[in-house]
Design a protein. Structure first.
Length: 191
């Protein structure tokens, strides 16, 4: 069996660093790290994530969702549709079967494209609510714009002009994010 890392071990290798001001500096996207995380999650059928269940804006409970187990159930279904019998396909549900990063290559592209196409159709993609987080993302259409501005020589302290430039941005899509304090963490009282 190959060296299988836990989710915690993989996350420890990609933690953001703290800047001089004390704020965390987010890392740039790294497909290899993301695939390593998905691989660790897929290899741990007991991995869970806590999801906030709310009712009328109040936190009702935190439930453990077994995302890895559900992923393995999906893999089992695919194996059975390919002709693997049910007793043999049941091995996928245990940690007897491990996935390598190359086994999951293409999964990032699949998920990223699914989220983009969903948003391009005019929908908000909502993340699973957490104990301290709610959020969604969407796409918006931005029309073509033209702007005229003066550019300056970047290394000269006396601001030597390089001339006037016209910048045109063609029509495009931009990501919008909606996230704030979850309703169940907001408390209002008259003072």
């Amino acid at each position: 069996m190959a060296n299988v890392q836990t989710v915690a071990e993989v996350l420890a290798t990609m933690q953001a660093k703290e800047g001089a001001s004390g704020k965390m500096i987010p890392n740039r996207f790294n497909k290899r790290n993301f695939t390593a995380l998905m691989t660790a999650m897929a290899n741990d059928p007991e991995f869970t994530t806590k999801v906030a269940k709310t009712r009328k804006g109040e936190l009702e409970s935190l439930e453990d969702i077994m995302v890895s187990k559900d992923f393995r159930k999906f893999c089992r279904t695919v194996a059975e549709k390919c002709g693997v019998d049910k007793t043999e396909s049941a091995r996928v549900l245990t940690n007897e079967i491990t996935f390598s990063q190359s086994d999951l290559s293409g999964l990032y592209e699949f998920f990223a494209t699914a989220v983009y196409e969903y948003m391009a159709a005019g929908n908000h993609f909502e993340f699973l609510p957490k104990e301290d987080f709610t959020g969604s993302i969407a796409l918006k259409d931005v029309p073509e714009t033209t702007k005229v501005s003066e550019s300056f020589y970047p290394k000269d302290k006396e601001r030597v002009s390089l001339g006037m430039y016209e910048t045109t941005k063609k029509a495009h899509k931009e990501l919008t994010a909606k996230s704030g304090c979850p309703k169940f963490l907001k408390h209002r009282r008259k003072v």
